[in-house]
Unconditional design. Structure first.
Length: 101
């Protein structure tokens, strides 16, 4: 005959087995759901017309290039001003100042 400890152990094993089976069923359902969503996403992306998206990217690239060209011109102007200032500082240091009486 079964003792009380054996019955309790058998009951706990049955609960663990049922829980494991339920967990496996839920995991399989979740995997199937993820796969279905992945296929739907792929279908949406495959059917989408990428022409407007690419056109927008080209327009943004042109705008960025224009802005970079403006920045480059401003940097060139600043470099030229810096050279003039350095030349003026050097010239002032070389010219002796008249002495006051």
């Amino acid at each position: 005959m079964m003792t009380m400890a054996q019955g309790l152990g058998l009951f706990l094993l049955a609960i663990i087995a049922v829980t494991a089976v339920l967990g496996l069923v839920l995991a399989l359902r979740a995997a199937a759901s993820i796969r279905r969503l992945q296929e739907q996403t792929h279908q949406v992306l495959a059917s989408r017309d990428l022409g407007p998206v690419l056109h927008g990217l080209v327009q943004q690239t042109r705008e960025v290039n224009r802005l970079l060209a403006n920045i480059d011109k401003r940097l060139e102007k600043l470099e030229a001003l810096e050279k003039v200032q350095i030349a003026n500082l050097t010239f002032r240091e070389e010219v002796p100042r008249p002495k006051r009486q």
